[in-house]
Design a protein around this ligand. Structure first.
Ligand code: ADP
Ligand code: ZN
Ligand code: ZN
Length: 707
């Protein structure tokens, strides 16, 4: 007997439309079953979906229904919880469930023939654990500190979700390891998901987890899942997780969609990190989905950070509208006399004009080098100089395709647009007036490295640095940023050079401020962080504070150096409350002050926001589309909804496409969701109307991070 089945396929369309198709099958297929189906002239991967949940639209002509091409044999259907997670994610982020679901599966599932798939499956069969799970007690696990013990105990005795608010180096990772270990011991099937914000951080973490768990549970117990892996690697990890062969999945934001049939614990490390929010397709927040998924599957959720997002901090405030998360505090660093780095503010108003390094900072760096210690200097702008400029006629290195300047990269003498990638060789003379004397304006990491090398040219290494490196050699300044780490393995080798003591001063972008454990760095300096204080983006201060706290956490992780670690901030605003709170390492004070401002201004987390972005050939078309959709929305019920005017985006033009956006805000998340769901149809209709003519694309960003 032929059966009808609903099948999700990949469609680039917007929510609800066109991603659920009907097919015939010889036998009933459970929702979640992976199938191959004909679609137009090709055959594609599909997922059988619950007919009711999918709300298959439109009348179907029984005569026209095609049969499915086949079932991916040997792969168990994705479970109900997974289906619910994907359904929710699609609804909440206003995308089609087909798009979100198919994107959440490893790409190779789409490509492999049945025979190839069988081979992969055979290889991913669970292997027996080398030693019985009763011989464990990971021999290499340290005794927990009292703070760690208390956090672990709270996690074990409460439902959560938890916000583990722990200083850098307070041993948060050790808490995660311990929770995972207890879980695996108690439940022979349980799986844990541990997420980190950046691919770069996964090898470190994987090594630590592997070291802890492989001796007891075997090499297959831990797998990684992130976009830096090859497709075969991704499929392998995915299958290991889906079959339950692996117990621990480590990954970046995409790992939130891993199929884990026995998921019992989710850890989101550095939960404040913006990388958890996707910047394309369904713009989901893996952190927020983690909390949802935890509730859905009865898994405990631990969010960890030294500088939590203000959203999570708010949710963990005891009292009226907070209190949804349980806050666990670990203020002390492990293995040190509880010393956080001393924060020093240099008032740049009293330094020579145009000085990049203030005199006292330069002296401090030299003193550290003389003691055989390392320094780290960071600046959030890569390249040599942000602009090339002609003083005669005023020409600047604008990108012809974007409303942005191209950045001068001296190393290969190019002007590169960091938005569209357009790259040209630096002109010999001003393209506009012929003046040969065009000069860099401003400063990026490349120029900073060069400048610092000059300033330290006369300094020699002391005897004591490391036995491998002779005394008396010139100081080595090295740089780590997106430009120096483009190729696979470069970051690792550069980090290794820092660890080996081969580098005296490390210059870089925020990339070096995150997560890496530099034991011998005793001084960290932020050269010019003031910009964020006056940004139009209301989240800029939060990001700056987090970054500076993280950077300061890089200093003095070695117990021997810990007592004298310093964080330097060069600023024209030394009295600013943000720096005052930083000096006291007082995140709670900073957070309370920010939340007060946000509450008064009705900003998140006290309101919910969504952005609609439109891209078109002209700004008029982009804005016209948004205005038309906004007008059309006003005829329906928009109680509790504020529709702001359409405006150009901060970077208005990229690669010759004009970009506009419109903010939608509501004090109620539910009201905003209802509005957006209804508005989808309006936007689709507007797209088809004259107002949509010339529009390239539009998209909704729910809970946008940058406005
Ligand atoms: P965080 O994740 O909070 O930055 P980690 O868990 O990485 O902190 O711990 C910082 C350092 O302290 C690591 O080198 C770790 O091995 C060590 N450490 C953590 N907990 C303990 C402990 N209970 N006893 C000894 N060393 C510990
Ligand atoms: Zn000129
Ligand atoms: Zn450009």
């Amino acid at each position: 007997m032929k059966q009808w089945v609903c099948v999700l396929v990949q469609t680039p369309a917007h929510a609800a439309l066109g991603s659920v198709l009907s097919y015939q099958s010889d036998r009933p297929l459970a929702p979640g079953t992976l199938v191959r189906v004909p679609l137009g002239k090709r055959e594609t991967l599909g997922v059988v979906w619950d007919a009711d949940a999918a709300q298959a639209t439109g009348e179907v002509d029984p005569g026209k229904i095609k049969s499915i091409a086949g079932v991916l044999e040997g792969i168990a259907p994705l479970n109900t919880a997974w289906q619910s997670l994907l359904t929710f994610a699609a609804q909440y982020y206003q995308r089609s469930v087909g798009e979100v679901t198919l994107a959440a599966l490893p790409p190779q599932l789409r490509e492999l023939s049945p025979v190839q798939m069988q081979r992969r499956l055979a290889r991913s069969k669970p292997k027996p654990t080398p030693t019985g799970p009763d011989t464990l007690q990971g021999a290499n696990a340290p005794c927990l500190t009292p703070e760690q013990n208390s956090a672990v105990e709270q996690i074990q005795t409460n439902p959560g979700p938890f916000l583990l608010f722990g200083a850098t180096g307070s041993g948060k990772t050790e808490v995660y390891l311990h929770c995972v270990q207890t879980l695996l011991e108690r439940d022979p099937n349980a799986q844990a998901l541990v997420m980190v914000p950046e691919i770069n951080l996964t090898p470190q973490l994987e090594a630590r987890f592997r070291q802890r768990f492989a001796p007891t549970y075997g090499d297959d117990a831990v797998v990684s899942l992130h976009s830096g892996m090859t497709n075969p690697q991704r499929l392998k990890s995915w299958l290991a997780s889906h079959t339950g062969a692996t117990r621990i999945v480590l990954g970046t934001r995409m790992a939130i969609f891993a199929s884990m049939p026995t998921l019992r614990l989710i850890v989101v490390d550095e939960e404040h990190d913006p990388s958890y929010k996707s910047g394309e397709g369904a713009r989901y927040s893996a952190r927020d989905l983690a909390v949802y998924r935890g509730r859905l599957e009865g898994a405990k959720v631990v969010l960890g950070s030294a500088t939590p997002s203000l959203e999570s901090w708010h949710h963990s405030r005891p009292g009226a509208d907070g209190g949804r998360y349980l806050r666990l505090h670990m203020p002390s660093r492990v293995g040190q006399a509880d010393t956080l780095p001393l924060v020093r503010r240099v008032d740049m108003n009293h330094q020579p004009r145009n000085a990049v390094f203030s005199i006292p900072l330069l002296e401090a760096i030299k003193a550290r080098i003389a003691r055989g210690e390392q320094c780290m200097v960071f600046l959030n702008r890569r390249g040599y100089a942000p602009v090339l400029h002609c003083a005669d006629c005023g020409w600047k290195s604008e990108c012809p395709h974007c409303s942005a300047y191209r950045v001068f990269h001296k190393i290969d003498r190019t002007l590169r647009c960091h938005h569209c990638g357009f790259t040209e060789r630096v002109p010999r003379a001003c393209p506009s007036c012929g003046n040969p004397d065009i000069a860099p304006l401003g400063r990026g990491t490349e120029r900073l490295e060069e400048h610092l090398t000059e300033l330290l040219a006369d300094v020699r290494r002391p005897d004591s640095v490391s036995p491998e490196f002779p005394a008396g050699v010139p100081v080595r300044v090295a740089r780590i940023d997106a430009d120096t780490t483009r190729l696979r393995g470069e970051l690792e080798s550069q980090l290794a050079a820092v660890h080996a003591g081969d580098v005296d001063v490390l210059v870089g972008t925020q990339m070096i401020a995150k997560g890496h454990d530099f034991r011998r760095i005793s001084l960290v300096a932020a050269i010019n962080p003031d910009g964020a204080l006056f940004s139009s983006d209301f989240r800029a201060p939060e990001r700056l504070f987090g970054l500076l706290m993280q950077a300061s956490g890089r200093a003095g992780r070695d117990a021997a150096l810990g007592t004298s670690a310093e964080m330097w901030v060069q600023t024209f605003q030394p009295a600013h409350p943000l720096y005052a709170a930083l000096k006291r390492h007082d995140y709670p004070a900073f957070a309370e002050q920010q939340l007060k401002e946000r509450s008064q201004a009705g900003l998140p987390p006290f309101s919910a926001q969504a952005l609609v972005r439109a891209e078109a050939r002209t700004q008029d078309i982009a804005q016209g589309f948004l205005r038309a959709a906004s007008e059309a929305a006003k005829s329906s019920d928009i109680a509790q909804i504020t529709l702001y005017p359409a405006v150009p985006m901060t970077i208005q033009r990229i690669a010759n496409i004009e970009r506009a956006q419109m903010l939608v805000e509501s004090p109620s998340r539910a009201a905003l969701q209802r509005f957006l769901t209804g508005w989808q149809t309006v936007l689709q209709t507007t797209r088809q109307s004259p107002a949509g003519k010339g529009l390239v694309r539009w998209a909704i960003d729910v809970d946008p991070l940058a406005i």
